[in-house]
Design a protein around this ligand. Sequence first.
Ligand SMILES: [Zn+2]
Ligand SMILES: [Zn+2]
Length: 232
Amino acid sequence: MTDPKRAARQPVPARALIPHRLAAAPSAHGMVVPFVTLAHRDRTRPVWGKLDPNRLRETLHRKLCQICGDPLTDRVVLYIRPSDYLRGLTPEPGVHPECGLYSKQACPMLAGRVDRYNPHPPEQLTRCDDPVCDCRRWMAPEPDPRDGRREGQPAEAWYEAWLHLRDYVIVTDPGNDTAAPAVGVDLRPSSRIRRLRKVRDAAPGSEDSQPVDLLAALIAIRVFFGVGGPFQ
Ligand SMILES: [Zn+2]
Ligand SMILES: [Zn+2]
């Protein structure tokens, strides 16, 4: 999730209702700290916008929800960008529908309350006083020059895609001259996406493209004519 402290530019709506599934989850600044977010051992001290690589790997391969950390169930919600669709995989693990509903309200990026990703200089990876906290081993990863850095960039459009759990497949893309290797959820064939709709528009200046809008229209037509409707 994007740093809620940086999202004060626009009025924040009434606080998102925390679903039962997230009632016991750690929170900070009034928001649930997602399972995959990098945090000190005291998880009420997250590094907003940074993912914990070990938790991310576990979440993808064990098919867990990236918000609550519980196993995904029949209906899986993904949040994807046009660039994910073009690549055919999304690095963002899926979520339960109720955890997704919460994220759409609480996450400043998905809710459209911010137009840029958090800039996170390495000095923000500070150590805490807990002697057994993993923060002593935190290091800013070497950026892959083929990887577009999100930090400080204008927000892309985000879409909500619904899949059945049986279509939730983790794949590895070895990368090429222009794209860094990536692991994520397979988005191909697009027929596995049962429902798709836009969650937020791209910010001005984003190198956004519109193929996902076309896909959303195609899926809407397919559902309208009763071909492969949601979760059949
Ligand atoms: Zn720590
Ligand atoms: Zn969940």
